[in-house]
Design a binder for this molecule. Structure first.
Ligand code: KIV
Length: 282
């Protein structure tokens, strides 16, 4: 099983690694079996699965529900649960309780928190208590209203210096890795050089130790235009639409179900016709 020590070793050995988001049992199982070493149950769930315009409406209960499903599907990957908006903002105690639920109830191995500032102390307390923390700086979607939209961060010298300072303080507080989202490539490379822990980039160029993408974006399982930083490795939205249309045509024409999809009456039925009726991934 991949641990936080392994991801540190990846950086120490100069081995880049891939991180993907996962939100359900089956995709977690597929990604885990494909050898993705770190799976993030991201609060992007709110946007790509639940249909919200931002991640802000996502609740701790939403996250735990999906995290539990991911934990049932994955065997090898390091599982990271994303702490949603307002699950760690009120106090350090609230953060400990929320993070504890990710580990104790949902089977996560670590949690992710957005931001520096007050989150630095929360990071220190969680790691002291044995809950590994993945940090997240730069474009932090839970700050969407403060940023005035989903905008690239760290373009000015002052912003870049703040991001670097936050990253160093989060490392100092015990974070085992840090997501750098939506920042100029040069800044991401600079932060990566300055830190001992691995950096995980998204929209941060090629100079980080790892990359993360939202699963639905890289699978082409979205209806809108993908952001510039996304590479599409499949076009599942088109594939699903094509399959659904063919199925509908078959039903209308009466060509589905065919003889191979039928059951016979019991009694004289051959063994293959007495098989269990079962749905799902098996
Ligand atoms: O919620 C999420 O999926 C994330 C990643 C984009 C890093 O935070």
């Amino acid at each position: 099983m991949t641990t936080v020590l392994d991801v540190q070793r990846f950086k120490d050995d100069g081995r880049r690694f891939a991180v993907l988001t996962a939100y359900d049992f089956l995709t977690a199982k597929i990604l885990d079996e494909a050898g993705i070493p770190v799976l993030l149950v991201g609060d992007s769930l709110g946007m790509v699965v639940l249909g919200h315009p931002t991640t802000l409406p996502v609740t701790l209960d939403d996250m735990l529900h999906h995290a539990k499903a991911v934990a049932r599907g994955a065997r090898q990957a390091l599982l990271v649960g994303d702490m949603p908006f307002m699950s760690y903002h009120a106090s350090v105690e609230q953060a400990i309780t929320s993070a504890g639920r990710f580990v104790q109830e949902a089977g996560m191995h670590a949690v992710k928190l957005e931001g520096g500032g007050r989150v630095i102390e929360i990071t220190r307390r969680l790691t002291e208590l044995g809950i590994p923390v993945m940090s997240h700086v730069g474009l932090t979607p839970q700050f969407v209203h403060q940023m005035g939209g989903f905008k690239v961060q760290g373009k000015t010298d002052a912003q870049a210096a703040q991001i670097l300072a936050d990253a160093k303080a989060l490392e100092q507080a015990g974070a085992f890795s840090i997501v750098l989202e939506g920042v100029p490539s040069q800044l991401a490379a600079r932060v990566t050089k300055a830190l001992h822990i691995p950096t995980i980039g998204i929209g941060a160029g090629p100079g980080t130790d790892a990359q993360v993408l939202v699963l639905h974006d890289m699978l082409g399982l979205t209806t809108g235009k993908a952001p510039k930083f996304v590479k599409r490795y499949a076009n599942l939205a088109e594939e699903i639409s094509r399959a659904a249309t063919s199925y509908s045509d078959d039903v209308r024409k009466g060509t589905f179900p065919g003889p191979e999809h039928e059951y016979s009456a019991n009694g004289s039925a051959p063994a293959k016709d007495r098989e269990e009726v079962k749905y799902g991934p098996g």
